[in-house]
Write a protein that binds this ligand. Structure first.
Ligand code: EPZ
Length: 422
């Protein structure tokens, strides 16, 4: 297992390119299952999760070709010859559940392993299943798999989500494009990745209205065609790298960043004393004079503060002037970065879904353990400003969501290197 060594090295200056969104690509790729025509995705990120989704789709009989070093994905599902998404692949990545809706909508049957939980929570898929049942799917849970059938095809229905679920909205949205009649998704997720998916499906011939709002209406069509679609920039990678100059000082421009992707996050940065300037090519970030100010954070579905930036924001606040309270409202166990940050000298008290961070002058480098994707990168960020050397172990978590992190940060002056493990 590889490790990454980070040594505090003063202010950062330069540009960091932002890649296409992992969480958009992971729902755009299964959309190929809805059509027999080719789907080409450009601006695709080069991540291990994308390779896992590629393996899953290929196991179903889809063709997935990576071009231009993986930045272009050419997908085709002309000949699906297997409708079983196997546990061995699904357990590696929960987003695998997103093949269920499209496969069921296209061929009327699908067998998908339940994904199981992960480090940040139990992460059930009950809302995905209820949504498909509202469209006439017959589901049976057996041996850890969902056995789904829709003999006469799916039919339009009204899906009322009791609370916002990004994945369940994506599964339902994709399935509804081929259902007979009209489907209405109420309390739908509003994330930019949902908007990106809807725009791609519309290019394929789907009839969709309301994406980006809480109510999405889909008029089913008989078949979908192919499309070419550019993956939306990754707002979580963007927010992550915006925090690098915030934590270290200096000025960094995140190329491809757009303010509307991270508005709630930028409002908190502004309150903390970090300036964000829109440029012709992205977002330029710098710490205003003096120490970062303590701010409170509450994670919410979009357009609220994203849960996927909570760990990274906590890294910033460990050395802020004052006491910050972070409330994690989306996942039940998403403070595992806290004990690792405390090894570096942070003062954090966790009670249930609330973490209270009392700012210290500076952190000290230490060996720390990555537990999940976003926790890993928060430890890298903390190490950038800490005194001395921080060794982050188990960086396979990191490679799931961040391409070439040591190159991107190294290019703006960070002292960071990857040590290959056995
Ligand atoms: C997506 O996960 C993202 N993953 C997550 O990013 C992100 O944290 C999350 O949305 C919230 O924004 C991908 O897009 C691949 P949810 P998802 O369904 O769809 C509960 C990252 O770091 N829930 O919106 O799984 C669930 O347990 C990852 O890139 C149910 O109870 O999230 C959670 O508490 C981590 N039943 C809450 O809802 C369900 O059927 C929100 O989950 C579905 C979800």
């Amino acid at each position: 297992m590889d490790s990454i060594i980070v040594t505090g090295n003063g202010p950062l200056n330069g540009q960091i390119p932002i890649a296409g969104a992992k969480n958009a690509c992971l729902t755009l790729m299964p959309a190929t299952l809805l059509s027999e025509e080719p789907l080409t995705l450009t601006n695709a990120p080069r991540l291990s999760d994308i390779k896992t989704m590629t393996t899953l789709l290929q196991s179903l009989g889809a063709e997935v070709a990576q071009m231009q070093g993986g930045q272009v994905l050419a997908l085709s599902s002309h000949d699906l010859n297997n409708h079983v998404a196997d546990y061995d692949i699904v357990r590696k990545m929960r987003a695998s559940i997103l093949v269920l809706g499209p496969m069921l909508a296209r061929d009327g049957h699908a067998v998908v392993s339940l994904p199981g939980g992960c480090a940040i929570g139990a992460r059930p898929v009950d809302l995905h299943l209820k949504a498909l049942e509202a469209m006439g799917a017959e589901l049976e849970l057996r041996d850890g798999y969902v056995h789904a059938r829709a003999p006469g095809g799916l039919r339009g229905g009204v899906v009322e989500f009791p609370f916002v679920s990004v994945g369940a909205t994506e599964n339902a949205l994709m399935a509804a494009t081929l259902a007979k009649g009209t489907t209405v998704l109420k309390n739908a997720a509003r994330e930019p990745e949902i908007v990106d998916l809807a725009q791609c499906l519309r290019k394929m011939g789907a009839q969709i209205e309301g994406e980006g709002t809480s109510t999405i209406t889909i008029q089913g069509v008989d078949r979908l065609g192919g499309a070419t679609h550019a993956v939306v920039p990754d707002r979580i990678e963007l927010g992550t790298y915006m925090l690098a100059p915030a934590i270290c000082g200096g000025e960094v421009e995140c190329l491809g960043g757009r303010i509307e992707l991270v508005a709630a996050f930028c409002e908190r940065l502004d309150a903390a004393g970090i300036s964000v300037e829109e440029t012709a090519t992205g977002l330029k970030v710098a710490r205003r004079n003096g120490r970062v100010r303590a701010v409170d954070v509450v994670t919410e579905p979009f357009p609220g503060f994203p849960t996927d930036l909570q760990a990274q924001m906590m890294a910033l606040l460990t050395t802020a002037d004052g006491v910050s309270v972070l409330e994690e409202r989306i996942f039940e166990n998403r403070f595992m970065h806290a004990p690792e940050l405390m090894r570096m000298g942070a003062r954090i008290e966790v009670h249930g879904g609330t973490a209270t961070v009392t700012g210290v002058e500076h952190l000290k480098g230490a060996p720390v353990m990555a537990t999940d994707l976003r926790a890993s990168v928060s430890l890298i960020l903390a190490g950038l400003a800490a005194e001395g050397e921080t060794i982050v172990n188990r960086v396979y978590h990191l490679d799931r969501g961040y391409e070439r992190v040591e190159e991107k940060l190294g290019a703006v002056g960070a002292k960071i290197e990857r040590i290959s493990g056995q």
